[in-house]
Design a protein around this ligand. Sequence first.
Ligand code: BTN
Length: 223
Amino acid sequence: MFEILVKKSLPSTNTYAKKLAGDGKNAVVVALTQTRGRGRNGKKWFSPKGGLWFSVILRPKSPNLIQAIASLAVLRSIKKLGLKPKIKWPNDVYINGRKISGVLSESSFSGKLDYVVVGIGINANFALKMLPKELRKASTTLADEGVFIGTMELLDLVLLEIKRLLKEKKSNVIREWGKNSLNEVLLNGERLSVCGLTKEGYLIVKDAENKKKIVTEGDIVPT
Ligand code: BTN
């Protein structure tokens, strides 16, 4: 299903994949390092050698649960390595309160959805000290968790789970996401309990007065 292109270095696999997708191609683009890796909300994504940095071109009918699917695919793969990951909405994967993976999904519409480029970064085989100092406290890597898996083997695991999850019923994706999410988060300093996902992929939370809210954007922080 996926043609895999492996490049030594790219500015960003998402930018490269978006160009391919715009030209009507379908592929998975992997880079051993990225010089201008992009995170959500315009943030820089540090991409040293040893990490798994890749983008998948998908052409689903709707982009709604694609981010949930991507984070669940990473979560399932990391669980297979014996670790205990959790998801933080919208699509970060954490181990013991530290981020190990993030997803940047970018869609193109022209009347209908043309494509979604799902960019996934997993801090795999490099030491935390390769990241800038200010990121180290809140991040972890597979190497720092004492796990080793070749990046291409890890890629195979994640792609297999993406394929499986794309075939799942939406209700199953939402249920599995809920079971694996952090139970409590902070949004603008407010402590909220996580109830689950809407069918669009928004976050359902409850505040201290048990009032339900739907979060569509914003920076959710683990408690
Ligand atoms: C985030 O948590 O802010 C999202 C990070 C997404 C990083 C990946 S690495 C592969 C792909 N290429 C990019 O430039 N970004 C994504």
